[in-house]
Write a protein of this length. Structure first.
Length: 182
């Protein structure tokens, strides 16, 4: 049977696959890059460690740790979160790093530091003036959407938008004064 047909068969019969071919099925799916199907099949057929290995090989420590946790393997889950935290920082994947840090109950200041580092990484090469224009456009769209609404939340949002615009104008004026002074 051609590989494409094997994969199709495995995916279509994932929940009803006989145990005697499940391990081979996991191997085929994993090699074909069908990670999610391979992991689900392995997990459902009791091959938890195999599912975890597949995920670690793919760099998905969060899902691997979740599976370990769900199986009552708290120590292994913590190790996976720690390993994942290092991996995600090295790979500049700070959203995932923050998730791992949160799962590890790291202190808030360390999580904030990861968040700030993530912003720094994401904003490399970013045209901030263009970003500011996009934010202004979004604020204007929100304001237009709220015209005519009289509920408390709408009033609070409108007031927050006015405050933000005032702050931006004030900061802009201060920025101009600072450049003129230098």
């Amino acid at each position: 049977m051609p590989l494409a047909r094997k994969i199709e068969y495995l995916v279509e019969n994932l929940k009803d696959l006989p145990d005697d071919i499940a391990e081979k099925g996991v191997e085929i799916l994993a090699r074909a890059g069908e990670t999610e199907y391979a992991v689900v099949l392995a997990r459902d057929k009791g091959m938890v460690q195999k599912a975890i290995r597949i995920l670690v090989n793919e760099g998905d420590y969060l899902w691997a740790a979740l599976i370990a946790n769900n199986e009552g393997l708290a120590t292994q889950a913590e190790g996976l979160y720690r390993e994942g935290l290092g991996y995600y920082i090295d790979m500049d994947m700070f959203g995932r790093a923050i998730s791992a840090a949160t799962a590890l109950n790291m202190p808030p200041h360390e999580i904030d530091a990861l968040f700030i580092r993530g912003i720094e990484v994401e904003s490399r090469g970013l045209d901030l003036s263009q970003s500011r224009a996009m934010i202004d456009c979004a604020m204007e769209s929100l304001e237009i959407a709220l015209i005519g609404r009289e509920d408390e939340l709408s009033r609070e949002v409108m007031n927050a938008l006015k405050e933000e615009r005032g702050q931006v104008a004030k900061n802009g004026a201060n920025g101009e004064n600072k450049t003129m002074d230098n």
